[in-house]
Design a protein around this ligand. Sequence first.
Ligand SMILES: O=P(O)(O)OC[C@H]1O[C@](O)(COP(=O)(O)O)[C@@H](O)[C@@H]1O
Length: 360
Amino acid sequence: MASLSGFRVGSQKGSAGSPSSIGDDGSCTLMEYVGKRGLNVEDDLVVLLHHIQYACKRIAALVASPFNQSLGKHVGSSSDVGSDRDAPKPLDIVSNEIILSSLQKSGKVAVMASEENDAPIWISDDGPYVVVTDPLDGSRNIDASIPTGTIFGIYKRFDEIDNLPTEEKAMINSLQSGRRLVAAGYVLYSSATILCATFGSGTHAFTLDHSTGDFILTHPNIKVPPRGQIYSVNDARYFDWPEGLRRYIDTVRQGKGIYPKKYSARYICSLVADLHRTLMYGGVAMNPRNHLRLVYEANPLSFIVEQAGGRGSDGKNRILALQPAQLHQRLPLFLGSLEDMEELESYGDIQQKVNPGYEV
Ligand SMILES: O=P(O)(O)OC[C@H]1O[C@](O)(COP(=O)(O)O)[C@@H](O)[C@@H]1O
C-alpha cells in the first residue's frame, strides 16, 4: 500500500460498510466519499458540498495569510449590530461573503442564514437546500493565530410554503428543528485543515492535502469515546456558575466522579477546536452561559456529535429536540461523550444564569 497505508482509512479498506470509492492506495477524497461509489448522497447535495468545501479552502488560505493582519481587527462595536450579535471583524465579514458567493454559484441553495447577517438571505426560488452557517467561529482568537472554524448545517427547503412572501419563507426555512438536518459539518483551521461532516450515517473527517487541494478521508466513522478524562470550559467564570456545575467540575478534577481518575482541563476558546478535540479524545466541551447560537452552532454540532455516538444538550434538553424561535437565539451548550454527559447532567443545576458580558 502506498502513501496512506499507515492511516486508519487504509487499514479499514474492505471492512463492512466502507465505501468502494476508497482507492487501492487507501485514499479517498471527500467528493469520492459522498459520491455514487461512497455514501451515495443526492447529486444536488454533492454539488452543494463541492461549493462549501471550496469556500472553506478559501477561508483556510485567508486565515493563514500574512496579508490578513488588519482583517483581524473589529469593525464598529457590538452596539452597531444589535444585542443578538457580536461586533464582527473584517475576517468574519469576508468569510461570510466567501460562503455566500459559493452558495450562490452552487445553484442549489434557496436561502442562507448566517450568524453575520441580521436576516436570512434569499438566494434562489428553486434551490433545494437551506444552509445555516457560522462562517468564522472563534475569530476573536485570530490575532494570535489560534485555531478557528466554519460551521454549517444543511436542510431541505420547505417547498409547501413557496408561495409565501420571500421574507417569511426565508425565516421559516431557516428556523427548522435540528432534527430535520440532512447534513452538517465544521471545518477546523489549525495545524491541519479538517472538514468533519455527517450526512446522517456516521461522522467522518477529511484532512486537506495542500499539495492537491483535496480533502482526504482520514477519520471514517468517528466514535467519540464513551468517556474522556477532559473537561473544557472557561473556568475563570467559576464564581458565576450554579452550584451543580461547580460541584461537577470540583468532583471530576479531584478524580472523585464515576470514572475514578483526575480529569484535565483544556480550553482553546474556539468552539470548533474544542469540539474536535472532544470528538478525538472524549470528555465534555461546554459553554454554560447563554452565548452560543442554536441555529448556527448548537444544532449542526449536536448532529455531528450524536452521529459519533455522543450527546449535545443545553444542560436540560437534547439540543436537536429544541424548536428554534429566533434566528440568533443563544443558549448554554454541552457536547461530548455519552457517559460524561449523563454524569454532568445528573448534577441538575448546570446552566449559568449570570451573564455579565465578559470583556475577553
Ligand atoms: O467567552 P466564552 O464564554 O468563553 O465563549 C467562547 C466561545 O465563544 C466563541 O468564540 C463564539 O463566539 P463568536 O461566535 O462571537 O465568535 C466560541 O468559539 C468560544 O467557544
